[in-house]
Write a protein that binds this ligand. Structure first.
Ligand SMILES: *Cc1c(COP(=O)(O)O)cnc(C)c1O
Length: 367
C-alpha cells in the first residue's frame, strides 16, 4: 500500500471538468489579472469567513507583507511572532524593514504562548503576528486582551487555518487583518500561488486594495510604495469552484483525525495533537510528538507512507536571523518540539484502509 501525505489526484478528480470549464471562460475573456472572478471569489470568501472584506493577492507571503504595510509597520518597529512557524511569517516582517521579536510556544498546542508575548513587549513593539499552526487557532482571547492593553495591532497568519474557529469566531477575522494562503497544498489550494487578506475594517480594506497595485489611487498617482501583488483570474476561477467544498473537506479531515485519536491513543511512544477547548481545528496537519522521531520518519517512508517534519528548525536560530542575537537555548520548547514532531497523512480523501495501514505501521515500528 502507498499513502501520500497529500493526494491532489483524488481531490481534483470529481471537480476537474468544472475547473477546466471555468478556466476556459477566463481564457476567452482575456482578463487575466483581477478579472471579475477575482471579485466573486473575494465576496465568496468574505461570506464564508463571516467578515466584511476579503482582498485577494498573489500569495500568502504577500498577504503578510501587505498587512504589515497597511498597518504602517516600518523600519525600527518591532513585531512579535512565534519562532515555530513557516518562514514567511517572520520573513515578511524583515521585508518591511521591521524587526521580528520571537517568542516561544506552548508545548501542547505548538501555538504562541500569550504569557511570553507580554514579556517581549517594548516601547518599539507595534504589532503581533499570530499563527494558527497546523489549522488550530492560537488563544485569541488572551492575545487580543494583551494587544488592547498595550495598543498593538494584531495580524493573524491564517495560511493554515481557513475555516477554523476560536470561541465561535472564524480564525483570521478576530485581529486587525487576517491572511490566507492558497498554496496548492493548503486546505484550500490554487493551481499556483495565491493569497488573501481579511479584515472587518473599511479603512484597512481600502489601503490593502491600493497597496496591492503599487499604492496607486487614482491610476499613476502613488500615495505609498506598494507591491505588485494581484491575483491571477485563473487562480480565482479555480478557487471559486473549490471553496464550496471546503466545509466538507474540513469535516472529513476532522473525522480522519478522530480515527487516529481513537486508534493511536494506546501507543505510549507518541502524543497525538492537543486541541484547546475553545478551538476547532481544520487539521491542515496531524502532527505527533514521537519518541525516536527520525527512526519513525525513516520507517514510515520506507513503507511508502508520506510524512514530514514541520518544522525542523525554529526561526530564532536560522542563519538569516543571526544578527538578531538569539542563540540556541533561548526558546527551549520550540527547540525541543522541532526535534520530536512528525506530521502524518490526514487529507480529506484518505481511506480507512490507508489510515489503518498508517496506524499499523506506527505500531509495528514501536513493537
Ligand atoms: C504557507 C504559509 C505561508 C505562506 O504562504 P505562500 O502562499 O506560500 O506565500 C505563510 N505562513 C504560514 C504559516 C504558512 O503555512
Amino acid at each position: 500500500m502507498k499513502v501520500p501525505l497529500l493526494d491532489l489526484n483524488v481531490q481534483y478528480e470529481p471537480i476537474m471538468d468544472e475547473i477546466k470549464a471555468e478556466i476556459e471562460k477566463v481564457l476567452e475573456s482575456h482578463k487575466y489579472i483581477l478579472g471579475p472572478q477575482v471579485k466573486e471569489f473575494e465576496e465568496m470568501t468574505a461570506e464564508y469567513c463571516q467578515c466584511n472584506h476579503a482582498i485577494a493577492c498573489a500569495s500568502g507571503t504577500d498577504a503578510l507583507v501587505l498587512a504589515l504595510k497597511a498597518l504602517n509597520i516600518q523600519e525600527d518597529d518591532q513585531v512579535i511572532t512565534t519562532t515555530f512557524t513557516f518562514f514567511a511569517t517572520a520573513g515578511s516582517i524583515s521585508r518591511v524593514g521591521a524587526k521580528p521579536i520571537f517568542v516561544d510556544i506552548k508545548p501542547d498546542t505548538f501555538n504562541i504562548d500569550p504569557q511570553k508575548i507580554e514579556n517581549a513587549i517594548t516601547t518599539k513593539t507595534k504589532a503581533i503576528i499570530v499563527v494558527h499552526l497546523f489549522g488550530q487557532p492560537a488563544e485569541m482571547d488572551k492575545i487580543m486582551e494583551i494587544a488592547q492593553k498595550h495598543d498593538l495591532k494584531v495580524i493573524e497568519d491564517n495560511a493554515q487555518g481557513i475555516g477554523a474557529k476560536f470561541d465561535g469566531k472564524f480564525a483570521g477575522t478576530i485581529g486587525d487583518i487576517g491572511t490566507l494562503s492558497f498554496f496548492p497544498s493548503k486546505n484550500l489550494g490554487a493551481m499556483g500561488d495565491a493569497g488573501m487578506c481579511l479584515t472587518n475594517n473599511d479603512k484597512l480594506a481600502a489601503r490593502l486594495i491600493q497597496l496591492r497595485v503599487h499604492g496607486e489611487n487614482p491610476k499613476y498617482f502613488h500615495k505609498w510604495v506598494g507591491l505588485n501583488s494581484r491575483l491571477d483570474t485563473i487562480q480565482a476561477a479555480v478557487l471559486k469552484v473549490k471553496l464550496p467544498h471546503l466545509e466538507n473537506w474540513s469535516e472529513a479531515r476532522r473525522e480522519n483525525a478522530q480515527y487516529y485519536y481513537k486508534n493511536l491513543k494506546d501507543v505510549s511512544q507518541i502524543k497525538v495533537p492537543f486541541i484547546h477547548e475553545k478551538a476547532t481545528s481544520i487539521y491542515n496537519q496531524f502532527t505527533l510528538i514521537a519518541e525516536n522521531r527520525d527512526g519513525l520518519l525513516e520507517y514510515l517512508r520506507k513503507n511508502n507512507i508520506g510524512c514530514a517534519v514541520y518544522y525542523p528548525k525554529p526561526l530564532h536560530i536560522q542563519e538569516c536571523f543571526s544578527k538578531l542575537g538569539y542563540k540556541k537555548g533561548d526558546m527551549p520548547i520550540a527547540e525541543e518540539i522541532s526535534q520530536k514532531v512528525i506530521s502524518i497523512p490526514v487529507f480529506s480523501e484518505i481511506t480507512k484502509d490507508q489510515q489503518d495501514y498508517v496506524i499499523e505501521t506506527i505500531k509495528e515500528f514501536y513493537a
